[in-house]
Design a protein around this ligand. Structure first.
Ligand SMILES: *Cc1c(COP(=O)(O)O)cnc(C)c1O
Length: 363
């Protein structure tokens, strides 16, 4: 830190995505991305931009066409949508708008790490609520929380989901605070809370196009909630970075949003591969939490997850290990293509063999 840094930021601990090494070809299964291509329309839109984009004018700061496409897809009004440069940016605006209060905000102790990094950097008063002994979010712990609540549903990195009934309990007992449901993985089979926004003026649902729509590189996320809240987020955004989404990205995101078929097809493909891979893990004796996402969170009795992660690294496979209490013995493995998951399975068999050899040697 230089001596010039604002005091508020002196303690910041920036969020790190899964490692992205450049020195060799890895099978990259540590950030829940995919090699499965997005909608053909996304490429057409990028091609059109390459051919004759108007690059001299600013993008539409209201992202109107994209917000209309999102609104149409979910059957909400355009002014019930706010769009951002990734769900992370949307979440940041929400946390600043509704969490910069004396009571602050709360989220689970084991969840998407970004909530904590934003809170830390901006000095938000945050409280981490422990998951139960089965790594589940206990709705009762959030009743009358008295602060902004952020819950990822399904949660990451556990992959587990809350029922809509439980979420309603949380929203209804916190009518004076905003409840954010981060549905980054909802397209993989969880019931969305979007229809509830017309019942509750304190609900914001956040989505990303990085996971199920296969355009992490383009990076668009959005929030859906009542118009008053969306207007506030938009105003805050306009104080910060009015042209937060560039025009090339806006156009590509519209194409992705309008192609429901590609979304469905690639979600089903990933679920099929996840089920296949989970069965391979089971055969090798792994215990895997019930995933409702495009990743699995798994552990094996007697295996050191850090050692397993390093072994896979040497095999050219990147997975995520969290050196954090309670989940230290798990690894999170994103669901890649069928070919990638076959290679992972082979490497896991090799790891098992290496453990057995080491055991025999020590007997
Ligand atoms: C990936 C992820 C995000 C971020 O999405 P971006 O649109 O890529 O910024 C937000 N929340 C959760 C739970 C995620 O897993």
């Amino acid at each position: 830190m230089s001596r010039f840094i604002s005091k508020r930021f002196a303690q910041m601990v920036p969020y790190r995505l899964g490692e992205q090494p450049k020195n060799m070809e890895f099978i990259k299964l540590n950030s829940n991305e995919t090699l499965i291509p997005p909608s053909e329309g996304v490429y057409e839109s990028l091609q059109k931009a390459a051919d004759h984009a108007d690059l001299g004018h600013y993008s539409d700061q209201d992202a109107t066409v994209l917000r209309e496409a999102i609104a149409t897809h979910y059957g909400v009004a355009t002014d019930e949508v706010f769009a951002g440069n990734g769900a992370d940016e949307v979440l940041s605006f929400i946390m600043l708008a509704y969490g910069m209060t004396p009571e602050g905000l709360c989220f689970p102790d084991i969840t998407y790490g970004f909530y904590k990094t934003v809170s830390g950097a901006f000095g938000l008063n945050y409280r981490e609520i422990p998951l139960d002994e089965n790594f589940r979010i206990r709705a009762a712990d959030y009743e009358r929380a008295g602060q902004l609540i952020i819950i990822a549903n399904p949660n990451a990195p556990t992959g587990l989901q809350l029922s809509q009934k439980e979420i309603r309990r949380i929203i209804e007992s916190n009518r004076d605070h905003v409840v954010v449901i981060d549905e980054a993985y909802v397209d993989f089979g969880t019931r969305s809370c979007i229809p509830l926004i017309h019942e509750y003026d304190n609900l914001i649902v956040v989505h990303t196009m990085s996971k199920s729509r296969n355009i992490a590189a383009i990076h668009v996320g959005y929030a859906i909630g009542q118009a008053a809240l969306m207007r506030e987020l938009n105003n805050l955004k306009n104080c910060f970075n009015p042209n937060n989404i560039n025009q090339v990205t806006l156009d590509a995101a519209v194409a992705a949003m309008q192609d429901f078929e590609t979304l469905e097809r690639s979600v089903l493909e990933k679920i099929k591969i996840r089920i296949w891979f989970t069965r391979q893990l089971e055969r090798m004796g792994y215990e895997t939490l019930d995933s409702f996402t495009n990743f699995v969170f798994t552990r094996h009795e007697g295996y050191d997850a850090q050692e397993l992660t390093e072994f896979l690294y040497e095999e050219g496979i990147l997975v995520r290990h969290y050196d954090q209490p309670r989940i230290r013995d798990f690894v999170r493995i994103s669901i890649g293509t069928a070919g990638e998951m076959e290679k992972v399975t082979e490497s896991l068999l090799k790891f098992r063999e290496s453990i057995r050899t080491a055991k025999r040697a020590s007997m």
